[in-house]
Design a protein around this ligand. Structure first.
Ligand code: 5AD
Length: 355
């Protein structure tokens, strides 16, 4: 009976792309293998209708692990003195892109900590150089909170997309995860700026981070509904030994998959990655993510000598199917579950494309 109720709420979500807070509570608390399977089937149908059975790939270049922030969950937090810090040069980054382009990547994601070395000028120089080298590629930045004017400069330089997970939409929970200098208010303001400037914008959250309750997840869903991001990154929280959360337990893979399905139903056109954290948490996690409604994977294009250094959490995978050079393996894994790897920019449905 209860399951029927949850199933009918999932039907409502599919039809209206929206639920009342109380309905969200029943759906989220109503997680069972059955309700998750039902949500995944529906989400898969929706993804197939909007994008087909295609997986979009993004070449992820983790270009600096210096960070001025001290987020309690993150392995590259400033306070982690054991982290071996590195930054890639522009030449190294361009050669990653060259390698990636040959492999079939048409989107490059420049991700890094909030590193003061990378001034607006340097970031813009990088974006321009990549665009010059590979006309027709998409460039995604994922370099944290900046001034509105900086975002504007990045956009003028040709950046197409920006990833900035909100991490949690609950103010109390946000404070539990971050030092007092950081604020949810500012992060949300950044996201709104990015949208306003015409970036395809990605928000998102960790699942099962310390102190997360159903209320937090309801707020996450409400925030995502309001923001209408083009991308949503969702992965399980995984502890890192050199952080204050070393002793905390990992987020649930099953709940992460359930949330992927629910986000797909709420935002049918969203570009939804099966994240590295999901692939780290469980064998076959990325494939399970795709089957739950995701349609993006972000293989690691960073030079091999730095891959072991961008450790956001313990045991982060970086050499198997998630490595860009093993695209053939990824293709085979995709084929096994009935998908093909798309060789194009993979823009959001409602985006006219190159600007
Ligand atoms: N576990 C899972 N995800 C993490 N991230 C950072 N640290 C962790 C962790 N310990 C995620 C954050 C960030 C993204 C780049 O990685 O959500 O936005």
């Amino acid at each position: 009976m209860e399951q029927n109720t949850v199933a009918s709420l999932i039907d409502i979500l599919e039809r209206d792309h929206w639920l009342e807070p109380d309905q969200w509570r029943r759906v989220l608390e109503g997680y069972t293998e059955e309700t998750a399977r039902y949500a995944a089937e529906k989400a898969s149908e929706v993804r197939d209708q909007v994008y087909g059975r295609r997986i979009f790939i993004r070449g992820l270049i983790e270009f600096t692990n210096y960070c001025r922030n001290d987020c309690y969950y993150c392995g590259i937090r400033r306070g982690n003195q054991k982290a071996a810090r590195y930054r890639l040069t522009q030449e190294e980054i361009l050669s990653c892109c060259q390698e990636g382009w040959k492999l079939g990547f048409r989107t490059f994601v420049l991700q890094g900590g909030e590193d003061g070395y990378f001034t607006d000028e340097r970031v813009c120089g990088l974006v321009r150089a990549i665009k010059r080298q590979h006309p027709g590629c998409a460039v995604t930045l994922s370099i944290g909170e900046r001034e509105a004017e900086s975002y504007e400069r990045f956009r003028e330089a040709g950046a197409d997309r920006y990833l900035l997970r909100h991490e949690t939409a609950d103010p109390g929970h946000y404070r539990r995860l971050h030092p007092p200098q950081m604020s949810l208010e500012h992060r949300m303001e950044c996201l709104r700026q990015l949208k306003r400037l015409g970036f395809q914008t990605g928000a998102g959250m960790m699942v099962g981070s310390p102190g997360q309750t159903v209320e937090c997840l309801i707020r996450d869903m409400e925030f995502l509904h309001q923001l209408q991001p083009e991308m949503v990154g969702i992965g399980p929280f995984l502890p890192h030994d050199e952080t204050p959360f070393r002793g905390e337990k990992a987020g649930s893979t099953a709940m992460t998959l359930y949330l992927l399905s629910l986000v797909r139903l709420m935002l049918p056109e969203v570009l939804l990655p099966a994240t590295t954290a999901l692939g780290t948490a469980a064998e076959g996690g990325r494939e399970a993510g795709i089957l739950a409604g995701a349609n993006v994977v972000m293989p690691n294009l960073s030079p091999e000598h730095v891959r072991g250094k961008y450790l956001l959490y313990n045991n982060k995978i970086c050499t198997g199917k998630e490595a860009a050079e093993n695209l053939q393996e990824l293709r085979e894994a995709a084929a096994k579950i009935g998908f093909e790897i798309a060789i194009d920019r993979g823009d959001h449905k409602n985006t006219t494309g190159p600007v």
